[in-house]
Design a protein around this ligand. Structure first.
Ligand code: ATP
Length: 328
């Protein structure tokens, strides 16, 4: 059930949306395609689904060359950000749709739909119309419908993108648990690095039509292949010429070694305190602390401190990313 993408290229007129993309998506895993808007994630997903045709290259699904297969012969389930439900049909009938057109027996359909509704925790809502569901419930119905026909691959394009932050978070947890139960090879598109880090087994970072890096969330976070990946996966700050995560910096007030600076700003964001230290050469450096750490240090605006990188911090040597070079 793996997906092999080899040398896929796609242009829209003279705009290069995908530039020679090769990628192996592992069977049974939950893989995130992560990257900024316009980077090519959806285009790649649509090429895997067969909704878009690659100009060059090859797509293999489960060992079969799918490059020229129409979507309905690829056995993929698809869920979009705005799910188009059949408004006049009940939730049950929406979920049953794919099974009905495949002419499965009434008994089999009833059993399978019951199972699926239970799986997506909509057991008691089967008789409602889609408009009588919340946004989160509707996306769960969409997933049940996509899973009904037992796809070999499940493709999700920002499935929770249109929902508010709290519901998104609930659905992320739920998607992770669902995947742990059904283990269907799943690829989902997101531009939200937290969503990818939290949910995915493997993350593919896509930018400017190219794959920047593929790896497990920890690998990407701790060993980014380049500056783009490091910046995209989480906050970074610069100490001297070293890029580092703000929580990997230590602040001391007892002299010793480290880069001297003075605290110029303290901001609290929920549980996290963001401290800005301006070093002697005028460079602002951000350090994040917990409230207790701040209190224990007894520091505030104007305190002279020293900054150093915490022991055991991964400090990748990063090749420069051309796209981040200043424009001239
Ligand atoms: N049918 C099309 N015609 C012309 N250009 C297109 C078409 N589809 C996509 N593009 C362009 O290709 C680029 C990649 O689009 P794509 O939707 O794959 O990006 P994305 O990474 O999914 O971004 P987003 O997160 O905003 O959806 C964009 O610049 C987009 O404008």
């Amino acid at each position: 059930m793996s997906i092999e993408i080899s040398h896929v290229g796609k242009r829209f007129a003279d705009f290069v949306a995908l530039d020679d993309v090769s990628l192996s998506i592992k069977a049974g895993r939950l893989t995130a395609l992560l990257g900024p808007s316009g980077g090519g994630k959806s285009t790649l997903l649509r090429i895997i689904a067969g909704l878009e045709r690659a100009d060059t290259g090859r797509v293999e699904i489960d060992g079969v060359d799918a490059t020229r297969l129409p979507p309905q012969q690829r056995n993929v389930g698809f869920v979009f950000q705005h799910y188009a439900a059949f408004k006049h049909l009940s939730v049950r009938r929406n979920v049953a749709f794919g099974l009905e057109i495949r002419k499965r027996s009434k008994e089999e359909i009833r059993r399978r739909v019951d199972e699926l509704l239970a799986l997506v925790h909509l057991g008691q809502f089967g008789d409602r119309l889609p408009t009588q569901l919340s946004g989160g419930q509707r996306q769960r119905m969409a997933l049940a419908r996509a899973l009904a026909v037992e796809p070999t691959v499940l493709l999700l394009d920002e499935p929770f993108g249109a929902l508010d932050a709290k519901v998104r978070k609930e659905l992320r947890d739920w998607l992770r648990r669902l995947h742990d139960e059904v283990h269907v090879t799943t690829v989902f598109v997101t531009h939200d690095q937290e969503e990818a880090l939290e949910v995915a087994d493997e993350i593919v970072v896509i930018n400017d039509g190219r794959v920047e890096q593929v790896g497990a969330p920890d690998d990407l976070y701790d060993r980014p292949a380049n500056e783009f990946v490091m910046r995209f996966l989480g906050p970074v700050t610069q100490l001297g010429d070293q890029l580092v995560r703000p929580h990997d910096l230590q602040l001391t007030t007892d002299g010793g070694d480290g880069v001297p600076g003075r605290i110029t700003r303290v901001t609290r964001i929920g549980f996290e305190i963001r401290v800005e230290v301006t070093t002697a050469d005028g460079q602002p450096v951000t350090v994040t602390l917990t409230r207790n750490e701040l209190l224990a240090l007894g520091i505030g605006i104007g305190t002279d401190v020293r900054l150093r990188i915490a022991p055991n911090t991964p400090t990748p040597t990063l090749p420069p990313t051309p796209t981040l070079a200043p424009a001239h």
